[in-house]
Design a protein around this ligand. Structure first.
Ligand SMILES: Cc1cc2nc3c(=O)[nH]c(=O)nc-3n(C[C@H](O)[C@H](O)[C@H](O)COP(=O)(O)O)c2cc1C
Length: 366
């Protein structure tokens, strides 16, 4: 029986994307061919991790990455979600099995280089071969819609502009914004480094100063149109400067957390395929997330105007993507041309992600 290097598989798996680089997972090596992924989420402090859905999607991205990583050693990976887990602490049981003749997945070389491009990208049109590759990567259970013409990109940029205002005037989002950026950094192991955020350094300095205190944010928003500069740089210009926007939506309604995990697997295949095509890629999840709140009739904020603005974002989203209010949507993003970013998020070291039994018991308070 061929030996498997499980650490190598997990080491590659670490590069899976997660919302704000939160890496909501730990690994427990339970045997020579078995691993448990201990999932978690950030809903207790992150407004965007609505019902833990983005974290479930990140778990899916991780599982898909581990599956692809295993093909380097000609192994297949089977997994199951353990029955009866807490909703906020899903455990995925993984088993690897060498298979004669199993070839390396073509997406394998892109696991580590795949990353977010938040800056403006080249807008030369996507070829039909590129679009087909992205649609195929999502798989048969998903529809991938594109918005690529100048007029369509303008409409999406307007949606992003509107959604970004909600993000910036919402006091409940402040804690997230304060926590997730590593200021002054080009690389960050557990957050988003400043230089990957997508603003110039002057705006970054202003953001850093303002984000130190919610009162400053509120004052700037109220009296100095404080949302305008970041929205132009982070949302409106990138919304225009790309080859197109896309929406991945499931053919069937989403019924369980497992369906979110599956959507995350599709997202990661599309993202890795974009990397394989040499395309830059950025998720655009805030309008999707605000629409989830609205679809469930959940308030985003204690401030009524913020909730009213979220309802308007959801309506605009439906208009842009020609969807009914109830239609499920999993993942929105943009792709474009150009050199890869010079700044990116890194990951926690593998040894920081591997836990032993004692740690698991301590973290669970036992
Ligand atoms: C479910 C999900 C949602 C995300 N939403 C956004 C988003 O709305 N905007 C954005 O710029 N990046 C978004 N990201 C990208 C993460 O911030 C990024 O993957 C993480 O910081 C790690 O960086 P890397 O992908 O460059 O390695 C999202 C990622 C995931 C998995």
């Amino acid at each position: 029986m061929a030996d498997l290097d499980l650490r190598r598989i997990l080491d590659l798996g670490r590069w899976a994307p997660s919302g704000d680089n939160t890496q909501p997972w730990r690994f427990r090596m339970t045997g020579e061919r078995t691993v448990e992924v201990l999932g978690s989420d950030t809903r207790s402090w992150c407004l965007y991790d609505y019902r833990g859905i983005p974290s479930y999607m990140a778990h899916g991205a991780l599982l898909e990455t581990l599956r692809i990583a295993a093909t380097e050693q000609h192994a297949r990976m089977d997994w199951r979600l353990r029955d009866g887990c807490e909703e906020t602490a899903p455990v995925y049981e993984l088993e690897f099995e060498p298979v004669d003749g199993l070839v390396a997945d073509p997406l394998l070389p892109f696991i580590e280089s795949r990353c977010v491009q938040r800056r403006p990208m080249g807008a030369s049109p996507l070829t039909s071969a590129e679009m087909t590759a992205l649609v195929d990567a999502a798989g048969l259970d998903y529809i991938v819609d594109f918005r690529t013409s100048g007029g369509e990109r303008f409409a999406v940029a307007r949606l992003l502009w509107q959604s970004a205002r909600v993000r910036l005037i919402c006091p409940e989002a402040y804690e997230t914004h304060r926590r997730i950026i590593e200021w002054g950094a080009r690389f960050s192991k557990d957050r988003i480094p400043e230089q990957a955020v997508g603003v110039d350094s002057l705006t970054a300095r202003l953001m850093q100063w303002v984000l130190a205190d919610w009162k400053r944010v509120d004052f700037l928003n109220t009296y100095l149109a404080g949302t305008v500069m970041p929205r132009i740089q982070l949302d409106f210009i990138p919304g225009l400067a790309c080859a197109g926007h896309f929406l991945i939506r499931p053919r069937q309604p989403i019924r369980s957390s497992l369906n979110h995990v599956q959507a995350g697997m599709a997202m990661q295949r599309v993202w890795l395929s974009a990397a394989r095509l040499g395309l830059g890629f950025q998720p655009e999840m805030t309008p999707v997330i605000f629409r989830w709140y609205v679809q469930d009739g959940q308030a985003l904020s204690a401030r009524a105007p913020v909730n009213a603005a979220a309802v308007a974002v959801a309506a605009r989203f439906n208009e842009v993507w020609a969807l009914s209010a109830e239609a499920p949507a999993a993942f929105m993003g943009r792709v474009g041309r150009g050199a890869p970013p010079t700044s990116r998020s890194l990951r926690l070291d593998l040894d920081e992600l591997i836990v032993d039994d004692k740690q698991v018991r301590t973290e669970a308070g036992q």
